[in-house]
Design a protein around this ligand. Structure first.
Ligand SMILES: [Zn+2]
Ligand SMILES: [Zn+2]
Length: 617
């Protein structure tokens, strides 16, 4: 009889020991019983017969995890502090019939149709020389052609590429472009695939027919042999970060995989994250293909749809041209803004905006939980015109419709666009000029092509800028740049930005690099990439139990006070979700190893770990 340590896929539990009559390889997927239920597991290692009674492995499945996938699972489990089983649940195993390192014999000659400009060629040369690099290219500077040329080169030597993009950027336009160029060799992978399409895609991946695998973060975990390149487009995008256990960031895992597989990783963005900009060598691609001009109008107003904005929308409509109206995503919180001077109140300890909690009549910092009373007058100019108004997408659509009854107004956000088909239809409708005004959230700004937009209205910038988030400036400025980049592709365009912070936005709108340089100074003392943060969450139907778990861990953490700082602990900004009360501890350290060490030693059962958190609510 042989004994094996088996990790249970998708389970938070530690590995168990099972026995089996024959020798099994490490990485083999098996079926076992756990507490009289069937479950899948992974053979981690062979072991001695234990002193306790073991169960028999029910059967060996047709799948196994490659050696590299095993290493990847171990990395995810240790860095994100989750069970191996949770890490394995992310990975799609290989069919047993596939040989892990089988080389392709049918390498084909590939005649390229992509012509790169001199600048683009120079950029590609640069990217090829670095193991991890950042392609810092303005909207319209031709990043996609560079990626495609790189994929072609990989094809030419029989290597596969993974092309990661935010789910929402998997636009019909991008699919079309890739499929037209690479036809059968490209597989588009995303969560909205029908079961039939998913099966077809998986068959092409398992058989090795697929040479370019394009998709959102889950595409990273498909069984891919002969990997040659990973491209992470829109690397700054938050959707790379998972918001459920394990809370990994696909961009960071891509970078780890680059090392593991010995392949190059290219990060691309028009507005890269400060963290990638600081960590990796970059090449700058300036200017777009567009000759048209853009003029910016800054309006100091907090009245969302102001007369100036309505007037411009009306004018654009009369010229039979199109407009887009941007509102930041589900801004969960209200921030107090002075209507006279635009001042907002910031946490004295964290330098981020404090949000209004109406029921407790208080302002609260989402990092350290510092709370103060809502002031009666603006501390800056003593005006009493403090407001915390906010406008949602649906409401904006309705208001515009009422004011401009002749306009066809489309809502473009997660509430309205729920399927790939709806996205396709909505984009087609707008691009066919069957509607005049597109009102939406961040979804507006992500990789879509609008041909005829001559007016972009950008609302809520001050709300974004004042968020209780250390990346508030980065997020606000990059959103503005991305939205502005959607307009004026064919004709000259106007961009109206409603803000009291014209100085900030106008200084950096064309100079993102200078912004990043200035942002370094702000982050250095307290925030990533210079410091490591980790958020530990506790949630329970019984609020007292969640609080006790938090308190216990907090007490244990005291032993690590020389290496790990407890920034704050208490109720989460969103105190209750799905009937569960939520508490949190925010930790800060110089190195992730220090955080991991402290958390592993002090972790309580209820604790959910969010390493490198991007959300603080
Ligand atoms: Zn004021
Ligand atoms: Zn604070």
């Amino acid at each position: 009889m042989y004994y094996y340590n088996i990790s249970l896929i998708g389970s938070p539990l530690e590995p168990f020991t099972y026995h089996f009559g024959t020798v099994l390889e490490v990485g083999q997927q098996v079926e076992v019983t756990v507490r009289s239920r069937k479950a899948f597991g992974v053979v981690l290692s062979q072991t001695q017969q234990p002193s306790f009674q073991t169960s028999e492995i029910l059967q060996v499945t047709a799948f196994r995890y490659s050696q590299k996938q095993m290493q990847l699972a171990h990395f995810i489990s240790s860095y994100y502090i989750c069970s191996l089983g949770d890490a394995f649940a992310l990975l799609v195993p290989f069919a047993n019939t596939v040989q892990e390192d089988a080389k392709r014999s049918d390498i084909e000659e590939y005649s390229s149709k992509i012509e790169l400009s001199q600048k683009q060629s120079a950029a590609l040369d640069f990217l090829q020389k670095q193991s991890v690099s950042l392609l810092f290219g303005d909207t319209g500077s031709g990043k996609t052609e560079i990626y495609m040329k790189y994929f072609e080169q990989m094809l030419g030597c029989g290597k596969r590429s993974i092309f990661l993009m935010p789910e929402i950027s998997l636009t019909p336009q991008m699919s079309k472009r890739l499929e037209e160029h690479f036809s059968e060799r490209v597989v588009m992978w995303h969560s909205k695939l029908t079961p039939k399409k998913k099966k077809e895609a998986m068959a092409k991946i398992q058989s090795g027919e697929a040479m370019i695998i394009a998709g959102p973060r889950s595409a990273l975990f498909l069984p891919v042999n002969d990997l040659g390149l990973i491209v992470v487009d829109e690397e700054h995008d938050e959707s790379y970060k998972s918001s459920s256990r394990p809370r990994y960031n696909a961009r960071d895992i891509a970078i780890y995989m680059g090392k593991l597989y010995g392949v190059n990783v290219v990060l691309g963005s028009a507005t890269p994250s400060l963290s990638s900009y600081v960590k990796f060598p970059h090449i700058r691609l300036r200017g777009g293909h567009f000759v048209s001009q853009k003029s910016f109008i800054y309006e100091r107003n907090v009245e969302s749809l102001s007369p100036l904005i309505i007037e411009h929308l009306r004018e654009t409509l009369q010229k039979k041209e199109q407009s887009i109206v941007f509102l930041p995503t589900r801004a969960n919180f209200k921030y107090l803004i002075c209507q006279d001077c635009g001042h907002t109140i910031k946490c004295a300890f964290c330098s981020v905006g404090m949000s209004v909690h109406q029921h407790s009549r208080a302002l609260k910092c989402h990092y350290c939980n510092f709370t103060q009373a809502i002031p009666q007058v603006c501390p800056e100019c003593h005006s009493n015109a403090l407001t915390s108004s906010r406008l949602g997408t649906a409401e904006a659509v309705q208001n515009i419709q009422e004011l401009l009854p002749n306009a066809v107004v489309q809502q473009f956000d997660r509430d309205a666009i729920t399927t790939a088909n709806k996205l396709k239809k909505a984009l087609k409708k707008f691009n066919d000029k069957e509607s005049d005004i597109l009102v939406g959230t961040q979804m507006l700004s992500k990789g879509h092509d609008y041909h005829g937009v001559t007016l972009a209205v950008v609302l809520g910038m001050d709300n974004m800028l004042n968020m209780s988030d250390y990346r508030a400036r980065e997020k606000a400025l990059s959103s503005l740049i991305q939205v502005a980049g959607r307009s004026g592709r064919a004709k000259d365009a106007k961009v109206i930005v409603q803000t009291f912070n014209e100085e900030f936005f106008s200084a950096y709108i064309d100079k993102y690099e200078e912004f990043l340089e200035s942002e370094k100074l702000f982050r250095e003392e307290l925030y990533p990439p210079y410091k490591k943060l980790c958020r530990v969450l506790f949630s329970h139907k019984n609020g007292a139990k969640a609080r006790d778990a938090m308190t216990l861990m907090q007490e244990r953490l005291a032993a690590f006070s020389t290496s790990v700082e407890v920034v704050g602990a208490g109720k989460c900004a969103i105190e209750r979700v799905a009937n569960k009360y939520r508490f949190e501890i925010l930790l800060r350290a110089d190195k992730s190893t220090e955080l991991i060490k402290a958390i592993k030693a002090t972790k309580v059962e209820m604790a959910e770990i969010d390493m490198d958190p991007l959300e603080f609510s």
